[in-house]
Design a protein around this ligand. Sequence first.
Ligand SMILES: *[C@@H]1O[C@H](CO)[C@@H](O)[C@H](O)[C@H]1NC(C)=O
Ligand SMILES: *[C@@H]1O[C@H](CO)[C@@H](O)[C@H](O)[C@H]1NC(C)=O
Length: 260
Amino acid sequence: MKLLGFALWQPHLDLSKLLLGLLELAALDETKNTEIALIAKNSLSLIASFCPKAVIIALSKEVIRYNSSLQTTQIPLVSPLIASKTDVLRIIEQLIENHYVDVVELVIPVCDVLIHCLDLQLLKHQNFHDLFPPISKLYMIAFCPATKKLAIGGNNGAIVIHELKNMKSQTIQAHNNLISSIAFSSDGKFLAVYASKDAKITIWQTHQSFLGMGQSQMKLIKSMAAPIEISETVHARLVWIGAKMLKLLLSNGTESIIQI
Ligand SMILES: *[C@@H]1O[C@H](CO)[C@@H](O)[C@H](O)[C@H]1NC(C)=O
Ligand SMILES: *[C@@H]1O[C@H](CO)[C@@H](O)[C@H](O)[C@H]1NC(C)=O
């Protein structure tokens, strides 16, 4: 199936409405509506590959819209994305596979959609990455099983930290450029951040507020010079190898040890 003329009429249509309509059709009972559901699934794949960024933004706007509607209405609404989550997750997986650079650029809204669609109850016994394995390819996303925090490094140097236990989140402006890699220490006390374009690694410490109430704050405790990584699609990785020691693995195979 081809979406004839999609390029021509795409600027004139409401992408959100189109996506929601197709997601609804894709989620139809497949035993009775196989053909319609299949056509909808194919159309979703085609649209996602044709305009990956617009699709990510449309999906994340749906999450924001659902969030704000929850605050203004008493009746619990069912989010259209959750009703079609299998297809939403399939689209995101496809985008990570085929449009990696776009996903990296929009990794913060991508995670808003994932947090919305995944069953976070499962985090009691599982890692965030087990709930959606394709994100293992994105080294700018880190999860700490001890504290249930999910940290995401954005393309503008900002880091969003979601506390999945109480659904609070905070943003810190950690760097000036795209974050290549982040990693929590195993106890969750430290967050190491590498921004290749800034040629820097920074180490942040979680500061619990008075008596552990309220939100924990991130405090910069160290900033170090680091090598610049050339590759745009294969990012370097940060891996903790001790309580106060980590390794930077560049994509050309070079490793360096960082002591904090
Ligand atoms: C939606 O609401 C949840 C719970 O209040 C919050 O954790 C999440 O960050 C919100 N997402 C967006 C995209 O605003
Ligand atoms: C790998 O890349 C780093 C950073 O660009 C560079 O300093 C190093 O010399 C490279 N190593 C090899 C073996 O090419």
